[in-house]
Design a protein around this ligand. Sequence first.
Ligand SMILES: [Zn+2]
Length: 417
Amino acid sequence: MKKSLAWAVTSVAALTLSVGTALPSHAATQPQPSPSAKIYNATSDVTAKDRATMDRILAKLPADWQTRRDAVLKEHHLEASPVRDVVQAKVANVINPDDYDCGPTKLDAYVDSILKDVDPGNLFLLSMIGALDFPSYDALIYGTPKGANYQLPSAYASSLTTTFGYAQRFWDVRLNDVQLMAMHGTMMTDTNRVARMVTLFYGLEGQEAIDLANDIISIVKSDAGLQNGENPIFTLNAFAYSAVGETDPVFKRLKDKLVFGDGILAALKGIGLNQVGPKAVMGHEMAHHVQYEDNLFDSDLEGPEATRRTELMADSFGTYFVTHKKGVGLNANQVLQAQQAFYAVGDCQFDATGHHGTPNQRRAASAWGAAVVATSNNPNKVLPSLKLDAKFEKVLPQLVAPDAPTSLDAYRKVAAN
Ligand SMILES: [Zn+2]
């Protein structure tokens, strides 16, 4: 199945480990357990108020809510993300293999900073019921380029639209049917829009959907740290979507899309990459659309290695585009910043199916893309995408090697071949 790919997406499992939910419930041995006893184990540090809120919400969900949630999140994945992994790694105390230089990037500190005023119980609950993904799915299903709720933020609209147009014309595949739009966390306080997501995720209709939506909204509104949905955690991603291969009636009718969250723009600004970061992300996401058109998602690889290949390819293609004179034409210093953007969102979750590549691997993939431009003997010539792919497949083993260099110069020789 074709997959839509996310730059960075908040997701349902984000904080699962923080309150010990992975441990089995003791509900069977307790008298009249509350529904939340199946979510929170007996010893987890959860307030009575949070348990009561969870009980109230669970009472409204269908019995198979977790299965339904996973079906929406997995089958149509706006896929697992660096941010989710950053948070998970933090709470799970993941130890990284010694031979890879893999550690926290500026994004880790940024995620810490946006979550510091959020009540952990609320974050966990929203995460569990998939609500951190509601803005993504709302934009995916209901967003249109002209829709009032999906307009690009004014500070970025011109730059993103221009870069998007450059990318559409740069590549040798049909990209003029891709729709560019934004997603905003403010939908998290709109009863009808949250209710639509409750229907999508859990099959609840009418007043039942509205009741549950209002419960969710009251959590968002009552927690000052969530900023009425404007906390970047709700929209910390950008993603490319293509319906090719989809069979679900809701998803297969959707247009090709490129959705930018306010949160990813805020994050890039927060880590000092406001100028180049959004262009780099645009390059990466449009590279995914090139992959859809060229059928480049298929390979002999499986699981995390398969995802890593397509993600690193998107980093390479994206950097090729932003570096190339016929693309964005960034200068050398800006290219370094683009590489930094890819580095920052790398992840250390080697075993996760959403593994995008480590920070160093992503920077290496980006450096190689820039090196292909730097070593070209005709700066006006854009390589056919399949030719660039053939070069990428050859260099991929070098990019993922433990001691892979991350500078443009290190790839000059191999890029020129
Ligand atoms: Zn991607």
